[in-house]
Design a protein around this ligand. Structure first.
Ligand SMILES: [Fe+2]
Length: 241
């Protein structure tokens, strides 16, 4: 019998990830565990792959400017987000499934619970995309730059522009959920979610403008690599409420 792939991964490296309890990020006060964590043996559902549903992914899913299926294009600053999913030795992880979700150019999510922020919805933007990394671990999304948005964490709190990422490795248990930010964003030093990541690891969450990736007269390029394990691993981040 083939050994489950997940057993090749080491334990989570807590020194590079945010703590479960980070009081400045208010939601962690209620949802962080109050007891020691208990390790459980991985079962078949964690050690096998994402399954046939992922074969449904098509190229169009990676273009968030058009994947609303309306025939129209999303409004905003069109960007290309390109990078690699890497293992701890800098090798590309082939076939990784990447999912992203984000606010629109006005900072509003297309979600029924999103009612507090009086910013316009974009009928041509659903804010969700998927793609599969190629055999070298490379991925590419086309989207619009998300706007910052307010949240109720503290007075006058605003999230920096960000794109949420979920990456699924060769098994359902090998999943990384994180956020990508934009270099130079003035809101970054004020953001408790960004600041909950240990300082030495924060730069791994910031994408960089890449002029070689930029397409003339069409879109700006941003580069963002994700490292699943090892010293350069991408810190996990929790989703704000
Ligand atoms: Fe968000």
């Amino acid at each position: 019998m083939t050994e489950p792939l997940i057993r090749h991964y080491g334990p989570r490296a807590y020194a590079d990830h945010p703590p479960f309890l980070y009081p400045d990020y208010r939601s962690t006060i209620k949802r962080s565990p109050t007891h020691d964590l208990v390790s459980i043996v991985a079962t078949l559902s964690e050690t096998t792959g994402p399954g046939p549903v992922w074969s449904e992914i098509v190229e169009e899913d990676a273009d968030l400017t058009t994947n609303a299926g309306t025939g129209g294009e999303a409004i905003g600053e069109r960007i290309i987000v390109n990078g690699r999913v890497l293992d701890e030795n800098g090798r590309g992880v082939p076939g990784t499934i990447l999912e992203i979700w984000q606010a629109n150019a006005s900072g509003r999510y297309a979600h029924w619970r999103e009612t507090a922020f009086p910013a316009p919805l974009d009928p041509n933007f659903i804010g969700v995309g998927q793609c599969r990394a190629n055999e070298r671990g490379e991925y590419r999304f086309i989207t619009i730059k998300p706007g910052p948005y307010p949240w109720a964490n503290h007075p006058n709190a605003w999230r920096p522009a960000h794109i949420h990422f979920s990456i699924l490795g060769p098994a359902l248990g090998s999943r990384l959920v994180t956020q990508m930010y934009f270099e130079g964003d003035p809101l970054l030093p004020l953001d408790p979610i960004f600041n909950s990541v240990p300082e030495h690891a924060r730069h791994r969450l910031i994408s960089h403008y890449d002029h070689d990736l930029t397409v003339e007269n069409w879109a700006l390029g941003y580069h963002f690599d994700l490292v699943l394990r090892g010293e350069l691993r991408t810190p996990e981040e929790e989703t704000e409420e």
